[in-house]
Design a protein around this ligand. Structure first.
Ligand SMILES: [Zn+2]
Length: 152
């Protein structure tokens, strides 16, 4: 019997994955199968390890109340094997409803539903502040994240 049916057939991620000694998923049973399958496909596509940078589902973990993290449909992920920009471009191929770029080297991905003919949610957070999703901020966040990843 599979204790985690939402992970069934998933190749690159396990419900027992750890980060800093904690379960990477928070509670693996809370994570949406659709989101896990999308992450697994992304991981297969880029051919390089992806790590979660904070537990995916954790109650009271400081996200906004309507955060996708509390719905089990979000993960904050990092890939050291690609430039931050290339990792972002790869993420865009997998129809994540929300993608957030952070200057500390991780990318928030979520599987929120997006109404037909509407753009997905996209944002950039730099120096602790949300800034417009525009070219200049995009280039800066990619540069800062690459520098950050080089030190990890
Ligand atoms: Zn997040």
């Amino acid at each position: 019997m599979n204790q985690f049916p939402n992970f069934e057939g998933v190749v690159f991620f396990k419900p027992t994955d750890l980060i800093n000694g904690q379960n990477a998923w928070g509670n693996p049973l809370k994570i949406s199968r659709e989101h896990i399958l999308k992450l697994d496909a992304l991981r297969k596509y880029i051919g390089k390890p992806i790590t979660l940078t904070s537990p995916a589902w954790t109650p009271g973990s400081g996200h906004s109340n309507d955060s996708q993290h509390y719905l089990g449909t979000a993960t904050d992920i990092r890939c050291k094997g690609l430039s931050y920009m290339d990792f972002y471009i790869a993420c865009e191929r997998f129809e994540f409803g929300g993608i957030g770029l952070y200057d500390t080297g991780f990318i928030h991905t979520d599987s929120r539903p997006i109404p037909k003919n509407q753009p997905g949610a996209r944002w950039i957070r730099k120096n602790g502040v949300y800034v417009p999703f525009e070219r200049v901020n995009f280039l800066v966040v990619c540069d800062l994240s690459d520098k950050c990843l080089a030190t990890i």
